[in-house]
Structure formats: C-alpha cells, structure tokens
Ligand binder design. Sequence first.
Ligand code: ADP
Length: 723
Amino acid sequence: MPVAMARIASVLLPLPLPEAFDYAEPEGMNLQVGDQVVAPLGPRRWIGVVSALRDGEGHNRPLKPILERREEARLPPGTLAFLQWAARYAVEAPGLPLVMALRGARAPKPKPERLIAATGAAPSRLTPARTRVLEAALEPMPAAALATAAGVSAGVIKGLIDDGALEARLVMPPNRFDPPDPSLPGAVLNPSQAAAAKALTGMIAEGGFQVALLDGITGSGKTEVYLEAVAGVLAAEPDAQVLVLLPEIALTQAVIARFTERFGAAPAEWHSGIASPKRRRVWEAVAAGECRIVVGARSALFLPFKGLRLIVVDEEHDGSYKQEEGFIYQARDLAVARAKIEGAAVVLASATPSLESLWNAETGRYRWLRLAARHGVAVLPEVSLIDMRETPPDPGRWLSPPLVRAMAETYGRGEQSLLFLNRRGYAPLVLCRACGERMTAPDTDSWLVEHRYTGRLVCHLTGFSMPKPDKCPHCGAADSLVSIGPGVERVEEEARERFPDARIAVFSSDTIFDAEAARRMVQAMEEGQIDILVATQAAAKGHNFPDLTLVGVVDADLGLRGGDLRAAERTYQLLAQASGRAGRHDRPGRALLQTYAPEHPVMQALAAQDRDAFVAAEMAARELSGLPPFGRLAAIIASGPDAAVLEAYVRALAAATPNAPGVEVYGPADAPLGLIRGRRRKRFLVRADRSVDLQGFLAAWKARARVPSSVRVTVDVDPYSFL
Ligand code: ADP
C-alpha cells in the first residue's frame, strides 16, 4: 500500500540485482544510511541495507514502504562504500558482497549458558571430594568443567546443588573483548627489525591511506615487526581497529597466541571454523567498535569495522587469498581498496611477495621494507636439487636414495623432517591395467583421487566420492585397478616402511579439518612428538618448528606442469616457503628438492636462493607479453547443461564484443575442465592495458547479450585458475 512519504530510501538487497531498489520511508522511522531494514520484493520480505536517502518531494510514482527497521547494528559508511566498490570491481551485483557482510549479523544469537556457582551456604556434610568442588567453584563455570577441575564425578556436583551449596544459573556469554594493552613490552628488536618497525610506525603516524610491503626472508621476524605497528596504531587512537588477514586457518592459533602474549588479551578470531553464535558476537562487537583486533581469513574483510586504521595481510603472496567461488575476489587487492576507502594503512608481509606487490614497491607506490637475515643465530637452510634422472627412486617408490639418506641422518640425530607434497590422498589417478580405463567422476572432467584412509575415490573439484570398486566398471576385470602416482598418504606409507620406528604424521586438509586439530598438530611438532611430518601446503607456511632441520620436496615439478601465467611464480613461492621451514633457532637446516628438470630457471633460482634474479627474469617475461602486473586479465566463464544453448550464447557474446583500444579478447574456447557437475563450460580471456577501465568494458560487454536462463556467466577479474 503506497503511503505519503517524506523521503525515498534506496535499499541494497542480498540478491543478484544490478542496483539498490527504492522504497518509501514511513513517517517517523527516521532512517539513516547503513540501517538494516525489512523490505518487500515480489512475494517475499528481505533484510537489506539502506544505501542512500533522498527527498521524496515531487516523486510521483508510488513506492512500497519499508516494513521495519531492524535492531541490528548499522553498517558504517566505509563498509557500505567498500561493498559497492567491491561489486563494481568484480563486475557483480552489490547484493553478493552484501550477503558476505551480513553473514555475521544473520548468525543465530548466542544462547545463555548454564553455569554452576557457589551459593555461600555450607553443605550439610563435607567430604574431601565436596571440599575440592567448593574450592574449585570460585567463579561460575559449566558443570563439566567444574567436575574436571575438582576431579569428581557429576554426581558430587548434583549432590551439592541438592544440598543448596551450589546453584545453577543461566548466564548470557559476555559480548566483551578484553581491550588489548599496547603498552606491554614487545620483543627486543634487532637493528634491522627496529629500522623496519620505525619506518612502519612513522608511516602510520602520518595518517591516511598508505601501503608498505614488509619483505623479509622466512624467520626474519616479520611478525615481531608488524606487532609493533599494531601497537603503535592501538596506542595512538583509543578507537582504532586492526585487521590481520591470514591465508590458512592452520596459522591462526599461532598468530593469536602471539597477539595475546604481546597485548595481554586475545584478539577476535574470524573464519569458517567459528561457531555461529560466536560469529554474531564478533560481528556486533566489530560494528560497535568494542573489538579492536580481528585475526581472520579473507572473509573478515567484509566485517563492519567502525574505525579501521590498519590491515595486515600476512603471507600476502598466498593463492588462498583468491576466492574462486560465489563472489570472486582477491582479498589482498580488496584489502588495499578497503584501506583506501577507510583512510587506513596496509602492511603486506611475505618472504616471497607477489610480482604485483613487488612491482608496486619498485615503482614507489608501496613503501618497501626489507629484512635480509634471520633473527639471532638462525641461518637460511641450504637448498640442493636432487636430479631424479640420475638418482631415481626404486620402481613404485617416491623417495630417492639421497633424500632417504638425509632423512636417516636427521632421524639419527633426533631431529625432525618434513616431506612436502602438495597432493592430498593416496594416488591422483586410478586406472585399469586390463583395459586402460581411467577412473573419472561421472559428471565432471576430472580424475578421481584415491583415498586409502577412507577407501574411497574422490573428486577434489566437486566432492563427489564412491567406494573404490573391486572390478573395473568398464571391462569388469577383477583386481585390475592400479594406483598411479603419489599423494601424501602414499608417501607416508613409504616413510613408515623405511622408518618403522619413527613417529610419522600426515598434515593435510583430510587429517586436519579445523583450527583445534591444527593447533594440536603444530604443538606435537613443536614438542618433538613427531619425527617425520608428511604435509601438503597446509603445513608448509608460516610455522616455526625448532627441531625441524630437513625439508624434502617430493615432487618439485608438480606446480609447473599446468603451465599457467603464475605457475613459475607460485612454484617458487611455495617451495621457498616450504624450504624455509627448515633450520630455525641454532641448528642449520637443509632442503632437498626432487626434480626431473634441475635446469629449469625456477629450480636454479631456488638452489641459488636468488629470488631477485628470478623475479627480474619473470618480470621481464611478463612485461614483454603485457601480462600482470604490466597488463590486466579477466576471464568470462559461461556454463550450462545444454551444449547447443551454451554454444549459441557464447557465439552471440563473441559477436557482441565491443571494439576497445588496448583490449584483446581470446575465445570462446572449451575450458580445460569442460564439464563440472554436468554443466559444460566455455571460456573467454580478456587482456587489457593498465590504462583501460577493464571493469567498465566487461560490464558493457556482458550487458550486450541476453543470457538464457540455463546459462550461468561468471566474470573472474585477475584469474588465478585457468581451468
Ligand atoms: P617471520 O614472520 O619473518 O617468518 P617471525 O616473526 O615468526 O618471522 O620470527 C621467527 C622466529 O624468531 C619466531 O620464533 C620469533 O619469535 C623469533 N624472533 C624474531 N624476532 C625476534 C626478536 N627480536 N626477539 C626474539 N625473538 C624473535
């Protein structure tokens, strides 16, 4: 029902709509930009956010009214502006980043907890067990925790409740984050750390948007340095907030522990492993400005910070910052954009920075701070190549004789080894010896990966899985299926055969699926309870294991095979990071890289530990072909179940390509992964000069061809995957 209106409210809805919708503001609602409201669209009501308010005078089209203003926190202007910027950047509807920003606000509210507290009344009789309980019940706690603390059964606690000495209370968990204390002392920095910290704090004190690249070798103390920058920000302004982004959940516990130690209070944690009620608490506390430090995964960028002053992107080169599904974005780039909108500073930290960031540092856009040596007595590991053509492993084995010898020496000295292989499962391919059939997923162009722990064949792309069959499903031959190639489970099997007495563990997303499991594994490594750790990249980053002195890279060539734009860069970064795990503290470490292509420039650069030469060569090659960071790339991926409809659409789109100087369009071509979940896929690749408004081009182009209802079109700006 139209109502008399004083103002018109534009509302962003959490839907794939191109823009905000206009509604009438009912009399007396007193809306403000950023308010969460309930608005009708079609037959349903949605919770959206007011993005603009304007005078309704003279507006003659009747508008539906806003139904309700919600009590949840208002999105701060910086957050709202950021969401709109992010949508334009990704050539997506603003409703998509909005969904991410509201995820915490929509999470269920925390429930009251049942806590047991002492009443002060004396029990009718006292036993040693009862005394222990009363001594432990100094502050309210859950019954189970109290029983554990006092070493008694639940019955003793129930008895004391019946007796009136204890009582149960329903208590809301406090929405309180203890304030960090920046005045607590930090580590005593060595001269180069102190110089970097001084430059950072000086830069931040100037205020406003600035970016620094903290470029320091593994173990040089980058974390210690950025902790000083965080302390500076917190001390300068009582309301300042800091966001620290990490690429892996597995790293959060260690970083949170260091923050807690440095500032005397735990920062808020934000990632997919956090339970919903806690998310909601964090979301609300961030919006209210009560939570000052958030340590989290890339999605923490979408939190409603009230006074964001500093964003740290740790391991800034890491590919996990690219979100590839749903709303597609690169969190490092969005972090810089968000900081610009908020007038905040950014610290990008890495031992192997991305070419993009190095280029920005070289051209003076980012301040470049280098830490060239490990802290204290620790030195970088010695890196050598094992030529697998000269010293191959035995047939059906994956560890070459030189690597096995090095493992035996390390084990003999009571030190730890890490075997790095970036491949989950037991074997990446299963084929039939009788007919040659390769086991593939039913509706997807990918090989099924054998997992021995679960006895299943798994599609890593879609999650499809099936029990490993006894017979070949194609020709029916029995016992003919053979496992080809190694994954971490198979390397573990070989390590166990060779070192039957060693304590061996596997660290991959199949064995470590949450932050707590990661913390336990890291602790076991730190305490020396593991002799040989077989790991994917989940363990190859960031950690400091004092007794780890040998890193063996099982297949150094693995990442080079795909041959996409970043293959060399990524392989260099990953292997330099993995090698960098060896030899902290006072023991020198070494890294052995098994390769069939020791002459490859990436392997040569790794062995010589000459990052600068590698970067210079890679930059020159990119510049020659106008690839990032010297030009810009985007992909358009169209998919659909019906090949003919899809083909007609991509042809129409190709015919509608706008003619723009400085832009080249390649395709349409069948995607290398031509079929995923029964949908066929076609790709276009767009290369543009840096001066071109690539997003404007893409948006205009996409709008020129009608998309059939069965076809899905995805724009991937700055693609990392070319499949
Ligand atoms: P990076 O992040 O560069 O790999 P970290 O900050 O994790 O390096 O430091 C590596 C190790 O050296 C950590 O165990 C850290 O506590 C220690 N360390 C670094 N700098 C100092 C310092 N100034 N005083 C004491 N310990 C330090």
